[in-house]
Design a protein around this ligand. Structure first.
Ligand code: F0G
Length: 447
């Protein structure tokens, strides 16, 4: 394959470039984030998005079956022989009219992109298939990640598939049970650090540098290339029409960064005429992005991000001994590593950021459960955010909205069971105790 892909530092004052045979998780020159970029060979990229849809007809081919590699010309950084796939990306865009009607959006205008259908039960598999393909390209033998749970599950699954050793770092007591069970079951060495995700993220970078391990967090630019395909599949599900809004939960801000890049590139290639707007939803207990963007006026500013705003805020967090807390443990993050790329996505997509309470998240989760698709708490931040944006009229009922439900409902059964059993919210639906007696059972059923 003639090499058309390269890595480039996002900092315009640096702009250093590297080949794809190397593996970094930050620019060796200035320490900023790296992008995977392409010298697009327009002859090789389909001229219409609908051409990708034709690959359904050859889905017995492993790469055409993958919901990521079906779009391989748009993430063309390695030869086919390195491409790893375990059948990721067979996900569903569901038009949900019942939920739409309930929250006051026009019939036909609310779509739920259910990434819980991936092999490890979350959107992470989209990124891992790409990052592990790059890991194979560079001949990595051992890998690691920090995680609030889903990354560790996906890494463990793909590492096993590739025959790589893997170690996952999780914050002790900070991970949902379903996810912890996956990491152990899929054979990862699981290290619980007495700290939160941000502590784990710091340690794993030091460990990977020290021991020369391949890092699989979203600092890895190739991971984000795989996550772009979630947007391609939304477009595909809408008959290649661009929605008005994409709504996504914000944690480490890999998804939002990848989505902005996906749309920027599609526009650059002439494959779409306009980009959708992006709404990124934090939990109020982990609302760094919302605080920095809405209250401290942090902006992409053509890549010249005001680092002082970020460092001042982080110094405040440290001084307060702050550790984030939310029932949406997947997004319990206060120092998101992709912050700058996310600012760029907000710039490209005229994005907005909101923060929603745990109460709003669990209520929204129950609604999503009741109206057709379950999801884990972090994913429900999308619908809670949509309710806020509708109430403030930022989103109008006649606009087309796609919410990314990032993880499966069985990832975190504790939050669901507690919400219902302990009658914690307005949609709680607790089980009813009954004597082992037919008369009493029938009596109960008639009420
Ligand atoms: N939703 C779910 C279900 C997640 O697991 C995550 C992140 C997010 C949303 C946030 O996505 O980081 O791209 O903004 N989980 C990571 C993990 C941090 O370790 O599993 P983001």
């Amino acid at each position: 394959m003639a090499e058309t892909a390269y890595q480039k530092c996002i900092n315009p004052d640096c702009g250093a470039e590297y080949g794809c045979d190397e593996s970094f998780f930050k620019c060796p020159k200035c320490g900023d984030l790296l992008d995977a970029l392409y010298d697009w060979d327009k002859k090789k990229v389909p001229t219409r998005l609908s051409d990708f849809g034709k690959r359904w007809a050859s889905r017995n081919e492993r790469l055409d079956f993958s919901g990521v590699w079906r779009f391989r010309e748009l993430l063309n950084f390695c030869d086919d022989k390195f491409k790893v796939s375990i059948g990721e990306g067979q996900t569903l865009l569901q038009q949900n009219d019942n939920l739409a009607e309930f929250i006051g959006i026009k019939k036909g205008n609310l779509h739920l992109q259910y990434e819980g259908l991936n092999p490890s039960g979350s959107f992470k598999d989209n990124g891992m298939t790409a990052a592990f393909s790059h890991a194979k390209r560079v001949g990595a033998k051992s890998c690691a990640c920090a995680s609030t749970g889903n990354t560790s599950a996906a890494v463990a699954l793909y590492a096993h598939h590739c025959g790589m050793k893997c170690t996952v770092f999780i914050g002790s007591g900070r991970i949902a049970f379903g996810k912890l069970s996956q990491a152990m079951d899929y054979g990862a060495k699981t290290i619980q650090i007495l700290g939160d995700f941000d502590d784990c993220m710091k340690q794993v970078q030091a460990v990977c540098t020290e021991l020369k391990l391949y890092l699989l967090n979203s600092l890895n630019p190739f991971r984000l290339e795989g996550q772009k395909t979630i947007m391609y599949r939304i477009l595909e599900g809408l008959g290649w029409e661009v929605p008005d809004w994409i709504i996504v939960p914000g944690g480490n801000l890999g998804n939002s960064s990848a989505f902005g890049k996906a749309f920027y590139e599609l526009k650059e290639l002439g494959l779409i005429k306009r980009v959708p707007r992006l709404a990124i939803i934090n939990a109020t207990g982990a609302d760094t992005l919302s605080e920095l963007v809405n209250n401290r006026n942090l902006k992409w500013n053509g890549g010249k991000v005001d680092n002082k705003i970020i460092s001042d805020f982080y110094a405040e967090l440290t001084a307060r001994n702050f550790s984030p807390h939310t029932c949406a443990s997947a997004i319990e993050i206060s120092r998101p590593v992709n912050l700058k790329k996310c600012l760029r996505a907000i710039d490209v997509c005229n994005g907005v950021v909101r923060a929603v309470s745990d109460e709003a998240i669990t209520d929204a989760k129950a609604l999503i459960g009741k109206y057709g698709l379950g999801c884990e708490p972090a994913s429900a931040a999308t619908i809670a955010g949509l309710e806020v944006l509708l109430a403030e009229k930022t989103i109008k009922p006649d606009e087309k909205v796609a919410c990314v439900l990032t993880g499966h409902c069985l990832k975190d059964p504790n939050v669901t069971v507690n919400y219902h059993k302990e009658k914690m919210g307005k949609y709680s639906n607790p089980p009813i105790e009954c004597a082992n007696d037919l008369g009493q059972i029938i009596k109960l059923m008639s009420t």
